[in-house]
Design a binder for this molecule. Structure first.
Ligand code: NI
Length: 225
């Protein structure tokens, strides 16, 4: 499932975060890349141990916890502390699949089930810089408003096209989900959304109580907390 979630941050919050991040030291993005992806990665990042990155990352994690759509779609077990990147001057990231396992400094490892990009620059501030994500239906082009997020399976081949003008700043992170399989997780999300819509129309109808039971019994069957 490829899902766009608007308004994780307001445009003001995103602008403040962007301003804070620009006033700091960036390093070559190859520091967190694997062997294959390092050869095609041409951008900059904040160092993982940067105090500023940690603080801004905490704000993003709090916003994610308060977002029902993210929680329902990702069913997060562990979320990697957000990292930050920027592309400018023709910077791009060629085709790659994200590393399956990532080390969280001082906190063990996570399996990357879902990849996420939170856009912090407004789309009109830069040219190029589209996130292209391939799935069985073809290639999807993603370029969102500041504060909006895209969530997609980490198994996907993806790339960022060259930023030919302006500057593209984003946060990115990975999620280890309670439900590892994308197909099962997508079914649970679809069912949850359907129950929400029915409840809005019908209130606490007994059939909705039954469906909610089915949702939880599927989650019980598939989740690995
Ligand atoms: Ni990637």
């Amino acid at each position: 499932m490829l899902l766009q979630i608007p308004g994780i941050l307001s445009s003001d919050e995103a602008a403040r975060m962007r301003a804070a991040l620009l006033d700091t030291t960036w390093v070559d993005g190859k520091v967190t890349a694997g062997h294959q992806s390092g050869r095609v990665k041409h951008n900059q990042q904040l160092p993982e141990d940067s105090k500023l990155a940690r603080e801004q990352g905490q704000q993003i994690l709090r916003a994610l916890q308060g977002n029902g759509l993210f929680m329902s779609a990702a069913l997060p077990q562990r979320v990697f502390p957000p990292l930050f990147n920027r592309y400018r001057g023709g910077g791009f990231f060629g085709n790659h699949v994200d590393n399956a396992i990532r080390h969280i400094p001082g906190a063990g490892q996570i399996r990357t089930d879902l990849s996420a990009t939170l856009f912090l620059s407004e789309p009109e501030e830069y040219e190029g810089g589209e996130l292209m994500i391939d799935d069985t239906y073809g290639a999807h082009q993603v370029k969102l408003k500041a504060g909006s997020l895209v969530l997609y399976p980490s198994t996907s081949l993806h790339r960022v096209t060259p930023v030919t003008h302006g500057e593209r700043v984003c946060a990115f992170f990975w999620v280890q989900s309670l439900v590892r399989d994308d197909g099962q997780r997508t079914l649970l999300f679809d069912l949850d959304m359907s129950i929400h819509r029915l409840r809005q129309q019908l209130g606490d109808h007994e059939a909705i109580v039954a469906q909610t039971g089915i949702y939880h019994n599927l989650l019980r069957r598939w989740a690995n907390p």
